[in-house]
Design a protein around this ligand. Structure first.
Ligand code: ZN
Length: 344
């Protein structure tokens, strides 16, 4: 397991220091599994101004297709052979086909009747229950023996900076035989790792990261939490790895609750930095992929300039897929740590 980094230095004549010569450090890190590189640079304090949420949310409920007065009228239904009752419902949560599908089996899970839930008010029970609804959908696809029931995936875009066009909390749920880019690269690399090292990459990773402690946040049940070594997000990422689990379908109800508990801790920590939006993706193997472990990434999202609507992704990230993080993950770990206190 190699945590490779390359240190760089830029010298400028700094107008803020009377044109004195000033050295600015930066670092390039390679993900120990895929060798994907990420830059730690453009350092700034991880502190953002939150917008006026009342203003942001005002008027959006009237047009919201996920609000209780509209959801059962205007959302689509599954064909009878997939979901005989049309939509999968659990109390105030509803799962239905995505009108803009990403794949053959692509659904949206609305996480309750409440239109806007501030990030710190999303209860872990709600998250676990919504994950459970997605699991029920995955079981239906699986029971059909369908060729797409290989990788059951849950993604979450929360609030507009994350790419969500709807305020109402919802999950993107799909089952596919086509692994998305980074997930596929990870699976391929983990397979090679096992062939070469005769051990599971993720087991070795959890052991190494837990022992070093540099990015380790704690353990909830059999889920270990870390800050990402080569982050995808400008404010770092939180990575959770579930021991003994290869595929989403093998997660127990207890795992779902533990994952939800960790996610709400991450949300509480990033809220203190002024972050109010995030992406979260499940990274799953197929059930027989003994070289991988189920893991997820939680990546906070923000604007570089809220007033101008400048996103936190520019040309470097978008076209080179070279990510930028504005603080060292070891420092971000220290910022998140208080919310993960009390864990082993
Ligand atoms: Zn709504």
């Amino acid at each position: 397991m190699i945590f490779k980094s390359v240190q760089k230095e830029t010298v400028i004549l700094n107008p803020a220091k009377n044109m004195a010569s000033t050295a600015i450090p930066s670092e390039i890190r390679m993900d120990p599994l895929t060798r994907r590189s990420a830059r730690i640079c453009h350092f700034m304090k991880l502190k953002w101004e939150k917008p006026d949420f009342e203003k942001l949310v005002a008027g959006t409920a009237e047009r919201c297709p996920f609000c209780p007065d509209k959801i059962m009228k205007i959302t689509p239904c599954f064909p009878k052979e997939i979901v005989p009752e049309g939509r999968i419902v659990s109390d105030d949560m509803v799962l239905f086909p995505n009108l803009a599908p990403y794949d053959s089996f692509s659904a949206v899970a609305v996480m309750g009747s409440r239109h806007y839930i501030p990030m710190t008010e999303i209860a872990p029970e709600r998250i676990a229950k919504a994950f459970g609804l997605a699991m029920a959908f995955f079981r239906r696809i699986r029971s059909l023996g369908h060729a797409e029931s290989v990788y059951p995936i849950i993604n979450w875009n929360y609030m507009p900076p994350s790419g969500s066009s709807i305020i109402h909390p919802h999950l993107q749920v799909f089952s596919t035989s086509s692994a998305p880019n980074l997930m596929r690269m990870e699976l391929e690399a983990a397979k090679v790792y096992m062939e070469v090292n005769k051990s599971n990459y993720w087991d070795d990773f959890v052991k190494a990261e837990t022992e070093s402690g540099e990015r380790y946040l704690g353990k909830i049940g059999r889920t270990s939490w870390f800050t990402g070594y080569a982050p995808m997000g400008v404010a770092g990422d939180v990575l959770a790895v579930v021991n003994d689990v290869r595929c989403t379908s093998q997660l127990s109800d207890k795992d779902l609750s533990d994952i939800a508990a960790g996610l709400t801790r991450a949300m509480a920590a990033y809220d203190k930095m002024g972050i109010y939006s995030f992406n979260m993706n499940f990274f799953t193997g197929a059930e027989s992929d003994d070289y991988t472990r189920f893991h997820l990434l939680f990546s906070p999202r923000t604007f570089f300039n809220q007033a101008l609507g400048t996103p936190d992704v520019g040309a470097l990230q978008h076209l080179f897929t070279e990510t930028v993080c504005m603080a060292f993950p070891e420092e971000i770990k220290k910022m998140l740590e208080p919310e993960f206190a009390g864990l082993s």
